[in-house]
Design a protein around this ligand. Structure first.
Ligand code: CP
Ligand code: NVA
Length: 307
């Protein structure tokens, strides 16, 4: 059975195939109504459970629409309304859902929840974000980069700010797709050492920097994310803002990157905090293409899961 739990757990060949599939099916749908069925229906007669223990706009809507375009049906479940949120074990939840659904996507807090669900599920499980990673986002980001600029292999990605879950999936992708990552941010918020070491062991060039103006030189892609993630304590907000303020992406920062550099943000963005309006809405920003490609990339992931 094929679970999509993290980018570092899937072979590079399969990841490239998924990206190519996403580009192809996106092209094939050009000009079609949003709710039109695809010409091939790999999820025909299939039921997909979408579980959310955290808020979501993009993940929720893009998975739901994607399943329907592929001929399947969805049930969207909120963790707090399930018995899961009231003491039923994850293992039993997995066993039960496997009797009703053909695939499960979950957005949750601890990675252990995702892993336990996958261990006890008889159907494929997809990671729709945990505190530790966000693989389907980065699949969409790679599709987006390549549609605008060609292969991401050999390019320099600069991640500015918090070394969080989304950053971790960029580090996973770095060695699977062959690009370099410079993390620039405060030492307190460095990405987990295990992800940096794994990428370096697998021949990615990973740099850790503190000075944004220097780090962004030569960047092909500049990425940032919110300063306070959904799993961060609200009491940490002020401290995080103070630590991360020097890492805002603004026009001066973008001017130091390569002239054809792109700007990405997984969204939701906090405008004028981690990124200025001028960059978000500027010519280098592809943030809404990323959001659109969540749909196409995840459809290709789901197709891979059931193939
Ligand atoms: N980028 C992303 O996952 O967005 P949502 O939180 O809206 O799903
Ligand atoms: N790092 C953010 C990403 C949201 C899509 C969070 O985990 O809240």
């Amino acid at each position: 059975m094929k679970h999509f739990l993290d980018i570092n757990k899937v072979s590079a060949d399969d990841l490239h195939m998924i990206i190519n599939q996403a580009k192809t099916t996106k092209q094939a749908r050009l000009g079609q109504p949003k709710a039109a069925l695809d010409s091939e229906l790999p999820l025909k007669d299939k039921m997909v459970a979408l579980i959310f223990e955290k808020p979501s706009t993009r993940t929720r809507v893009s998975f739901d629409v994607g399943v329907r375009q592929m001929g399947g049906q969805t049930m969207v479940l909120s963790g707090s309304e399930m018995q899961l949120g009231h003491g039923e074990s994850i293992a039993d939840t997995a066993r039960v859902l496997s009797r009703y659904a053909d695939m499960i996507m979950i957005r949750t807090f601890e990675e252990a929840t995702l892993l336990e669900l996958a261990e006890h599920s008889d159907v494929p499980v997809i990671n729709g974000l945990t505190d530790r990673s966000h693989p389907v986002q980065i699949m969409a980001d790679i599709q987006t980069y390549e549609e605008h600029r060609g292969p991401i292999k050999g390019k320099k990605v600069v991640w500015s700010g918090d070394g969080n879950n989304v950053c971790a999936s960029f580090l996973h992708a770095s060695w699977k797709f062959g690009f370099d990552v410079t993390f620039v941010g405060p030492k307190e918020l460095d990405p987990e050492a295990v992800f940096i070491e794994e990428a370096r062991r697998n021949s990615s060039k990973i740099e850790i920097a503190r000075n944004l103006e220097e780090a962004v030189a030569g960047a092909d892609l500049v990425v940032t994310d919110t300063w306070v993630s959904m799993h961060d304590a609200s009491s940490a907000r002020e401290r995080r803002h103070n630590l991360l303020r020097p890492y805002q992406i603004n026009d001066d920062v973008m001017k130091r990157a390569n002239p054809d550099a792109l700007f990405m943000h997984c969204l939701p963005a906090h405008r004028e905090e981690e990124v200025t309006n001028s960059v978000m809405d500027g010519p280098q920003s592809v943030v809404f293409d990323e959001a659109e490609n969540r749909l196409h990339a995840q459809k290709a992931v789901m197709r891979w899961c059931v193939s």
